[in-house]
Design a binder for this molecule. Structure first.
Ligand SMILES: [Zn+2]
Ligand SMILES: [Zn+2]
Length: 242
């Protein structure tokens, strides 16, 4: 009798699946999933999608076993305490994030926010407000939305924390690639302005971005949030710098 019921349940589910096909899809590749026990398909799960293993204590990038901090964080001043990203920015993750950023796949915001929240909770980040990385109005018009703001709002909703758009981006920085490191930093810094000083004063802040590559963006944002107490940062995915 004990394994009779599960068997019946399995059969019933199978029949239901045929009558009402479910729409559980893999979050990353969109493939059909048998049930909702995982948001990823087995192939994606086997493709290094998680940002795990030995990672920099500051910026969460993968580093060699035995090291605790990456060369970038060792040589550059960091204006934030720590940054976390749940996913590894490989080709599979990249395709999904680009869909979220450039293809209006806003439905991805909730699962991405939940993955970030898991990491935030693991690290026990204590923050009062959420500040999204700003986008230039032209970029927002092209996309129809600002992905980091969308993410920030979702995290805020799920954790009951206010979102403050304390920073704005007034200058497009699309030509960043042609500049050297120093010029890039200055260019980036000059492209953003703090518009809400009073809202951040004495506050612990969580900066939200989508993809974290060199940390230049979140670091610049953190440096501009003068008067804040502690600053943490997060993104959906981390590129592997090493
Ligand atoms: Zn998949
Ligand atoms: Zn680092």
């Amino acid at each position: 009798m004990s394994d009779f019921l599960p068997k019946i349940k399995k059969i019933t589910n199978k029949v239901l699946d045929i009558i009402f096909p479910n729409d559980f899809k893999c979050l990353l590749c969109g493939k059909d999933l048998p049930d909702d026990s995982s948001i990823f398909c087995s192939e994606c799960l086997q493709s290094d999608i998680f940002n795990e293993g030995n990672r920099c204590i500051k910026c969460d990038t993968m580093i060699k076993e035995g090291n605790i901090i990456c060369d970038h964080c060792k040589s550059q001043k960091r204006y934030f305490e720590k940054c976390v990203c749940p996913l590894n920015y490989n080709n599979i993750v990249k395709a999904a994030i680009l869909k979220f950023k450039d293809d209006n796949a806003r439905y991805l915001v909730t699962p991405f926010a939940k993955l970030i929240i898991e990491r935030i909770k693991e690290e026990n980040f204590q923050f009062d407000i959420i500040v999204p990385v700003p986008s230039h109005p032209k970029t927002i018009r092209r996309r129809g939305y600002n992905p980091p703001l969308l993410l920030a709002k979702e995290i805020g909703k799920l954790l009951n924390k206010p979102v403050v758009e304390a920073l704005v981006k007034n200058v497009l920085t699309s030509k960043q690639k042609r500049l050297n490191f120093e010029e890039r930093q200055t260019n980036l810094r000059d492209s953003m302005t703090l518009v809400d000083k009073s809202a951040i004063k004495g506050k612990n802040i969580l900066i939200v971005d989508d993809i974290i590559t060199t940390c230049a963006t979140i670091n610049t944002c953190a440096s501009l949030l003068k008067g804040a107490k502690k600053i943490y940062a997060c993104g959906i995915a981390r590129t592997n710098l090493s």
